[in-house]
Design a protein around this ligand. Structure first.
Ligand code: OGA
Ligand code: MN
Length: 288
């Protein structure tokens, strides 16, 4: 297994691993440590299908139900379809699915769940010939850069994350009635800490609408400032997808966003799983 850096602040490419067969315990332990250390892992030239994708994902823990169908129709699936291709392989307009435009704001997957997602694992099957990149940035590197005054403002604070809030920024019709009924705002720590490495990070993103105990205007400005700091241009890793790429990222300490593409012209077919977190972020142990 070869691990090479792909960005100065986070992210590595791992080669010499075939994700289409079961990993032995030693291989898996290296990958498990790497995701805690580097926050994003890229595996190229993989021969994936949904069964292999699910099997690999399960090594990290339990999986989340895909939230769009789950909260709309109650249907439980573990593979999320990202892009403009339906289950039968036909092209749909991604712009018809407004929730995917929501992916173009900096976010952490499932931070709107009481137990936010730990990892997302995305397999690329078909990618546009131009654009359609995904950008990532490290909220851990950003925490390192914050001055003490800002750390003092966020340490110990709680952000309110709300899917309905973030998705209706795209359009009132971007959420279903089922989502309005079942998806409630949740409390998440503004500063989290990795249980393996002890490193701290900021935890914000498009779903955050308020900070507990802070005036709305002040909170909005602070959230914006934090997202801007995390995603300053030189800190962004922009991933140009190729079919066969598998990327796993740590939602506890990174933000990402889609960059958009011409969905009338190009096919984009990606499948995603999300590994469930262990407990609510506010119940995670934290060094003071
Ligand atoms: C995701 C996501 C952005 C993209 O898969 O969670 O936000 O580029 N994707 O498709
Ligand atoms: Mn996402």
């Amino acid at each position: 297994m070869i691990i090479e850096s792909i960005h100065a602040e986070f992210g590595v490419r791992i080669s010499g691993v075939d994700l289409s067969r079961p990993l032995d315990d030693e291989e898996f332990a290296r990958i498990d440590l790497a995701i805690n250390q580097y926050s994003l892992l890229l595996f190229e030239y993989q021969q994936m299908n949904d069964d292999r994708h699910l099997e690999f994902s399960h090594r990290f823990g339990q999986l989340e139900e895909e939230h769009v169908s789950y909260y709309s129709s109650g249907e439980v699936t573990y593979i999320g379809h990202i892009g403009n291709i339906d289950a039968d392989g036909n092209m749909i307009s991604a712009r018809q699915i407004k929730s995917s435009t929501g992916n173009e704001m900096w976010h952490s997957d499932s931070s709107f769940r009481e137990i936010p997602a730990m990892y997302s694992i995305l397999c690329a099957y078909e990618v546009p010939a131009e654009a359609g990149e995904t950008e990532f940035a490290s909220a851990r590197a950003a925490y390192q850069r914050l001055d003490q005054a800002i750390r003092d403002r966020i340490d110990g604070r709680v952000g309110i994350h709300d899917y309905i809030y973030s998705r209706t920024k795209v359009g009132e019709d971007a959420v279903t009635q089922g989502q309005r009924t079942y998806m409630h705002p949740v409390r998440q720590r503004l500063v989290r800490q990795n249980p393996v490495t002890g490193e701290k990070n900021v935890f914000v993103g498009s779903h955050v609408k308020q900070i507990e105990g802070m005036a709305d205007d002040e909170a909005k400005a602070l959230i914006e400032q934090l997202i801007k700091e995390i995603a300053r241009p030189q800190s962004v890793y922009r991933h140009r997808w190729r079919a066969g790429d598998v990327v796993i990222w740590d939602n506890r300490c990174t933000l990402h966003r889609g960059c958009g593409y011409d969905d009338e012209k190009y096919r984009r077919r990606m499948h995603q799983t999300r590994v469930r977190g262990i407990c609510p972020s506010i119940a995670e142990p934290l060094d003071s």
